[in-house]
Design a protein around this ligand. Structure first.
Ligand code: SAM
Length: 205
């Protein structure tokens, strides 16, 4: 049975086998929307989009295209319904599959939003109401986040940026240390949210 929640001005449908949209993530949409004011021309990519609300709210009031990617068939079905309900069929597309398999090599984006599962495996039992595949981020919670960073580095325009959601500052520090060795994308700014942290990454300037 679908459930309904409001997310900003959007009415968003979700189900028991998708993550219930978390109100605090409106902060990620707002920051993304703000970043679009100075971003190069081009579409937005949302990785681990779930039912699509964060990306949809981010591009609301803009003419940016949006590609939402998720490996859950159910989440993608709801994301398509939410795109239609928001009247954004003309600009938003939902792709079902692992994020490193559904993008064409030549596709480039001005902004990548990423909401990977970030709960360390040994803490997932604390959230019995959440689908495991939506929250389990591996031993340190960073397994899927690392893939998001790799995919973003391949598909961002030169001056594009990645806005990544993680669980806590300790994870940001660990990821920043790893990225310092690759020099592809680096951490530019971190903001705390009520239920996690938001990390802005870009290429070295
Ligand atoms: C934390 S949930 C975020 C969902 C939504 N953005 C939200 O905030 O409610 C993580 C999502 O990542 C998806 N996911 C996990 N691994 C993935 C992968 N390799 N490629 C694409 N999506 C993936 C899951 O299906 C799940 O919907």
């Amino acid at each position: 049975m679908p459930s309904l929640i409001t997310f900003g001005p959007l009415r968003i449908e979700y189900a028991d086998d998708t993550l219930r949209p978390r109100p605090w993530t409106e902060q990620q949409s707002s920051w993304a929307h703000e970043l679009l004011e100075d971003a190069p021309p081009g579409p937005v990519l949302e990785l681990c989009a779930g039912v699509g609300h964060i990306g949809l709210l981010a591009v609301l009031g803009t003419d940016r295209g949006l590609v939402c990617v998720d490996s859950s068939a159910s989440a993608c079905a709801y994301a398509r319904r939410n795109v239609a309900a928001a009247g954004r069929d003309d600009v938003a597309e939902v792709r079902h599959g692992a994020m490193d398999t559904v993008l064409m090599p030549e596709e480039r984006f001005a902004l990548v939003i990423a909401d990977p599962p970030w709960v360390p495996t040994d803490r997932t039992a604390r959230f019995p109401e959440d689908p495991l595949a939506s929250i389990d981020g591996g031993a340190d919670g960073l397994d899927v986040a690392r893939t998001c960073v790799e995919v973003a580095a391949r598909h961002l325009l030169r001056d594009g940026v990645l806005l990544l959601q993680l669980g806590e500052r300790q994870q940001v520090d660990a990821l920043a240390r790893e990225l310092a060795e690759t020099a592809e994308l680096g951490v530019r700014e971190v903001r705390d949210g009520a239920g996690g942290v938001l990390v802005l990454l870009g290429r070295p300037r």
